[in-house]
Ligand binder design. Structure first.
Ligand code: IMP
Ligand code: MG
Length: 192
């Protein structure tokens, strides 16, 4: 069948699964408990970096037993290898007043660190009482800035992954697990 006639079939398009659905759900309960304990009943503001963190945030906040406010920031991270140090662009900013608030900033994946470093700077300039960060995935090998998250779901090898919020060309975010696409699907011309 010509590739342009092909409808993407999410799970079948994976070459391998890196983190399965059960492992994600188990780790989410642990993270929810860790975060609940870390703040000891204080109110927090969760800031999700969208689109990538949308599913992780939606599931995780329901496992955090604290009073909580939610807001999002929309960021576009340039993935162009020739400009790895280029600053991520803020497309839509935070509306909550974070002055004096305990902020938990959440992203799907920590890779070069540019996105979380940049958004952390923005939040710090808003005068929060504290700032901690949480990521579902940590690809430690690619860091270009000195940045570590306070709460990490899984450390993974340096491979491009999709699923559970992570996309390739805005696709595959709905997968319940995290995996690597089949090599022939990693750059289909019709998705360029
Ligand atoms: P960083 O700024 O390099 O740390 O990258 C963070 C952003 O890049 C994340 O919010 C993701 O949107 C994207 N990203 C990094 N690695 C992957 C991946 O393996 N799959 C999908 N998106 C990724
Ligand atoms: Mg993305």
């Amino acid at each position: 069948m010509p590739t342009e006639d092909r409808t993407p079939a999410p799970l079948e398009d994976l070459d391998k699964i890196i983190v399965d659905e059960a492992a994600i759900q188990k780790r989410l309960r642990e993270l929810g408990a860790e975060i609940t304990t870390a703040y000891e009943g204080r109110e927090i503001a969760v800031i999700g970096i969208i689109n990538g963190a949308i599913i992780f945030v939606a599931d995780l906040i329901r496992l955090i037993n604290l009073p909580l406010q939610l807001d999002c920031i929309r960021v576009s991270s340039y993935r162009d290898e020739t400009f790895p140090a280029q600053a991520p662009e803020i497309i839509d900013s935070i509306r909550l007043d974070l002055n004096g608030v305990n902020v938990l900033l959440i992203d799907d994946i920590l890779d070069t660190g540019n996105t979380l470093a940049r958004v952390s700077e923005i939040i710090k300039s808003m005068g929060p009482a504290s700032l901690k960060t949480c990521v579902l995935l940590d690809k430690h090998t690619k860091r270009s800035v000195d940045f570590e998250a306070d709460f990490v779901g899984f450390k993974i090898p340096d491979e491009f992954v999709v699923g559970y919020g992570l996309d390739f060309a805005e696709r595959y975010r709905q997968l319940p697990c995290i995996g690597v696409l089949k090599p022939e699907l990693q750059n289909p011309p019709q998705w360029a």
